[in-house]
Design a protein around this ligand. Sequence first.
Ligand code: PHE
Length: 345
Amino acid sequence: MSDNVFNKIAAMMTEIQSYTIDNAEQLEAFRIQYLGSKNAIKPIFGEIRNVPNEQKKDFGQKVNELKQAAEGRFNTIQTLLKKQSQSEAAADIDLSAPAYSGFGGARHPIATTMGKIIDIFERIGFVVAEEREIEDDWHNFTAMNTPEDHPARDMQDTFYLKDSVTRLLRTHTSSVQSRMMTANKPPIRIIAPGRVYRNETISARSHCQFHQVEGLYIDEKVSFADMKQTLLYFTREMYGADKEIRLRPSYFPFTEPSAEMDVYWGLESETDYKITKGTGYLEILGCGMVDPNVLSNCGIDPDKYSGFAFGMGIERQAMLLYNIGDIRLLFENDIRFLKQFQSVI
Ligand code: PHE
């Protein structure tokens, strides 16, 4: 009789060890069979009364081993199945799928255009000088040889600060010229990028705020030819080695002689016609030899020193470079517009 019970235990042990468990359902069936409230091991405990006393200890141990074996297998396989389902979930990830791309930001076309211009002048020894946007009328106008009754000083053209007749938003970066000349001794070789303001009606072509890059070179014996070569170098670096420039006589209170510089853009396409108004030439900047009055106003001896200066608008150039049709787009910060410059460096 007791042999019978021990055989039963041995048979059940084999059963437990060889039970096929390949998935969660089989594992659950196994649990119910051997570890559930009505499990198959329980009735074997009841047989203890048929076991002779001297075998009772051995019997107890063997039945416990059954229980432990069942628990052991259950735990091992449960862990294995968990691991398997995790790696299956991982295998579901398509590693070749294109990544979701967030908007990583982009440099503003004004900044990239300004950066290009600065790079070009830095290569030939110009140093960046940045100055204030809120100026006084002396640095913006008077020192720059602009008469008291000049129309540019008019409230209609210049933004004055509230309740002030002397404090204003600079109308050009030429104010940096007078700042630099009063604070430094020649040689002076600077470029001044920055924002300027004019009281103008906003349209597709003009805005009340825009950007300029000013250039100033003061030393002994600086000539008009030096200016022309510097500007030709700039144009070819910026727009291509085959570009030609022309200087047209012009007028600015702070330079004498003064000129406007045009770049020959060509007349090949309809756009060329449109942007050059049929002339083939694009006006890029104003320039000239620094007026001796400006030098003396700023404490520099005009008999010893001479120099040239130029000032260029950035928006026009950015619009040319990136084919932008309306200046207002540059100030509205519409994300759909800005996004297009993500790849521009
Ligand atoms: N300040 C002038 C303008 O805003 C440009 C300029 C600068 C012209 C320097 C000559 C010399 O139009």
